[in-house]
Design a binder for this molecule. Structure first.
Ligand code: GDP
Ligand code: MG
Length: 204
C-alpha cells in the first residue's frame, strides 16, 4: 500500500494492467511490458501469468446496465450504418458482448501487472491507447500492434482483440489489484531513478 504521508509516495499511484489472451497468444508479452517499463516513471511491483476463472472474470467487467446499454447502442449504430439491424434491445446485445468477454478472459493465460508512479493510471491509459485499436493513435500499444475494431469483431461474433486491459482511475485500479493480486505477490523495491523523480531536490 502506498503511504501518502511519505513525500516520495504522495506523488505516486498504482495502475492495474492485464495482457489479455490475444496479447499472450501473439507473443507480445515482452513488447508490451517494455512499453511501460521504458517510460522510466513507472515501477513494476507485481507480475504473474495465470488462467482467470469465470467468477473472477465476471467481477472484472462492469456489470451495470449503463455499460451494457453503451455497448449495445454502439453496436446497433454500427449495424445501422451498414444497413443491418439486430432486433434485440441494446441491453440484451450488451449482455451478449459482455458474456463473450468473460468467457474469452478465461481462455487465458493472461499476464497481470501493477505499475506504480506519478499519475500512473493516466500514463498507462496513454500508453495503452483507445479501446478500439482502429481508432487508437500510432505509438500506443493498441494503435501499433492491433488492427481490430468493433464492427469486425461483432461481425465475426467474437470479442475485440485489443491486447490488454488498463485500469481507468486510481480508485478502480485499487479494486482491481485487490481482486487479482494477493498482498504477498506485490513487492516493494527501490528503483535507481526513483530518487531523481520523486525526492525533494536539495541544492546543497
Ligand atoms: P477499455 O477500458 O479501453 O478496455 O474499454 P472499456 O472499459 O470501455 O471496455 C472494456 C472492454 O470491453 C474493451 O477493452 C473491449 O474489449 C470491450 N468493448 C468495449 N466496448 C465495446 C463495444 O462497443 N463492442 C465490443 N464488441 N466490445 C467492446
Ligand atoms: Mg475499462
Amino acid at each position: 500500500m502506498i503511504d501518502h504521508k511519505d513525500p516520495i509516495s504522495m506523488k505516486q499511484e498504482r495502475a492495474f494492467i492485464m495482457i489479455k489472451p490475444d496479447g499472450v497468444a501473439r507473443g507480445l508479452v515482452g513488447e508490451i511490458i517494455q512499453r511501460f517499463e521504458r517510460t522510466g516513471g513507472l515501477k513494476l511491483t507485481a507480475l504473474k501469468m495465470f488462467y482467470p476463472d469465470y467468477e473472477q472474470s465476471c467481477k472484472h467487467y462492469d456489470n451495470s446496465d449503463a455499460w451494457k446499454i453503451k455497448l449495445g447502442t454502439r453496436t446497433k449504430d454500427a449495424q445501422k450504418a451498414q444497413g443491418r439491424e439486430d432486433p434485440r434491445d441494446p441491453i440484451e446485445i450488451g449482455n451478449d458482448i459482455q458474456e463473450k468477454l468473460r468467457n474469452y478472459l478465461c481462455q487465458g493465460p493472461v499476464v497481470a501487472m501493477i505499475w506504480q508512479g506519478n499519475q500512473a493510471n493516466q500514463l498507462c491509459r496513454k500508453i495503452t491507447g483507445h479501446t478500439c485499436p482502429r481508432d487508437a493513435a500510432p505509438g500506443t500499444v493498441r494503435g501499433d500492434l492491433s488492427v481490430d475494431d468493433y464492427d469486425l469483431s461483432d461481425a465475426s461474433n467474437r470479442p475485440m482483440y485489443n491486447l490488454l486491459h488498463c485500469s481507468d482511475s486510481p480508485e478502480n485500479a485499487e479494486l482491481e489489484i485487490k481482486r487479482w493480486f494477493k498482498e504477498d505477490e506485490i513487492h516493494a523495491w527501490q528503483k535507481l531513478d526513483e530518487a531523481r523523480l520523486y525526492e525533494i531536490w536539495k541544492s546543497n
